[in-house]
Design a protein around this ligand. Structure first.
Ligand SMILES: [Zn+2]
Length: 97
């Protein structure tokens, strides 16, 4: 994974340079030297993508904390409706599992 932090960068509103992507968002890392993700149309989506590394780490920290506390079992019968299932599913999705 590209080292964090990931940041939202708004392309200049310059159609000559960026065409239809002018004013849109991209995700960068390494102080803008590396592009993590190309054009994103919605600013809120860009913010969410940029926060992904921190969100993944927070999810893993919560899982580790739950494990330290003796673990919490799924309460939905693994039907992906309880918080424990959603936490595990989010981590698995982020890790490509
Ligand atoms: Zn569950």
């Amino acid at each position: 994974m590209t080292p964090r932090p990931w940041n939202v960068f708004q392309l200049a509103n310059d159609p000559v340079s960026y065409g239809e992507d002018a004013g849109r968002y991209i995700i960068t890392a390494s102080e803008g030297d590396k592009e993590v993700c190309g054009v994103i149309y919605d600013e809120a989506d860009a913010m969410l993508v940029a926060a992904a590394p921190e969100l993944l780490e927070a999810c893993k920290d919560i899982r580790a904390l739950l494990d330290q506390e003796g673990g919490f079992d799924c309460i939905c019968g693994n039907s992906q409706r309880c918080s424990i299932c959603c936490l595990e599913a989010a981590i698995a999705k982020a890790e490509g599992r």
